[in-house]
Design a protein around this ligand. Structure first.
Ligand SMILES: C[S@@+](CC[C@H](N)C(=O)[O-])C[C@H]1O[C@@H](n2cnc3c(N)ncnc32)[C@H](O)[C@@H]1O
Length: 244
């Protein structure tokens, strides 16, 4: 177990009134967002990382081509917790990367990032990733297909693909691949891997996914943002896989 994998912190009585912290944190997180002016006909979103502007091209016809608030929450955490979770030179994979903000921020933080999503999303993802990381990052991110549950061992053999971090923002919602997604987390997460997962709660299936997730992984709640219906979790494997 890595040294920074302490047991999940228990909630204090102060935490039971989360509203002020929620409001302040949500405000700080969303203050990073800006709208680059007069770029049309596409939709663009902007994100402030340190002293850099990240510009994200969206397309309204695909889920994966919109920047979701969970991604901004996860990016804010990664940037403001660099001392605790240092991504420099770390092997990172992002699931359901969408428009690529989390991949871009992780790359700017010095990680070697593999950015994955469905084939139809990769064109826009690659465009955003290259536009915002070229000449700015130590490692050029790799953008590649990963369809949850499909040929994951062929594309990412566990013997050769060891990730320090698995990142995911808003990947659990009412889609029919929740079992495949769980198996993909399971496949990619080795003994020393940590997962950072920003979760937007919309309907009951999301709650039951968290319950099932906890059967395989330890879960620490890092942020609770009721005003955004988002929680940010850190997770790591409970037991070593017997198949390994
Ligand atoms: C709600 S979007 C979130 C996108 C991005 N992470 C963000 O927060 O802005 C969900 C993402 O999961 C991807 N996705 C959905 N089903 C998938 C599957 N079966 N395999 C791989 N990716 C999938 C979508 O293409 C999309 O990019």
């Amino acid at each position: 177990m890595p040294s920074d994998m302490e047991t999940p912190s228990s909630k204090t009585t102060e935490d039971s009134n989360t509203k002020p912290e929620d409001a302040e944190l949500a405000k700080a997180i969303m203050a990073r967002r800006f709208h680059p002016s007069a770029i049309s006909p596409e939709t663009w979103e902007g994100y402030i990382f340190s002293d850099l502007e990240i510009r994200i091209k969206e397309s309204t016809d695909l889920y994966g081509a919109v920047l979701w608030p969970s991604a901004i929450v996860l990016c804010h955490f990664l940037e403001t917790n660099q001392d605790r979770y240092n991504l420099t030179d770390k092997n990172v994979i992002e699931l359901g990367a969408g428009t690529g903000l989390v991949t871009i921020v992780s790359s700017l933080l010095g990680a070697k990032v593999t950015s994955t999503d469905l084939p139809e999303v990769l064109g826009n993802l690659e465009y955003n990733v290259m536009r915002n990381t070229k000449g700015r990052c130590k490692y050029i991110p790799l953008v590649t297909e990963l369809i949850w549950g499909q040929e994951v061992e062929q594309h990412f053999p566990r013997a050769t693909h060891c990730f320090d971090y698995v990142l995911a923002a808003d990947v659990v919602y009412a889609h029919p691949y929740l079992v495949e997604l769980m198996d993909t987390f399971d496949h990619l997460c080795q003994e020393n891997t940590q997962i950072f997962w920003a979760m937007r709660f919309r309907l009951d299936p999301e709650n039951s996914f968290v319950d099932r997730f906890q059967q395989r992984f330890h879960l620490e709640e890092l942020y609770d943002l009721p005003s955004m219906s988002i929680k940010l979790y850190r997770a790591w494997r409970k037991v070593k896989r017997t198949k390994d």
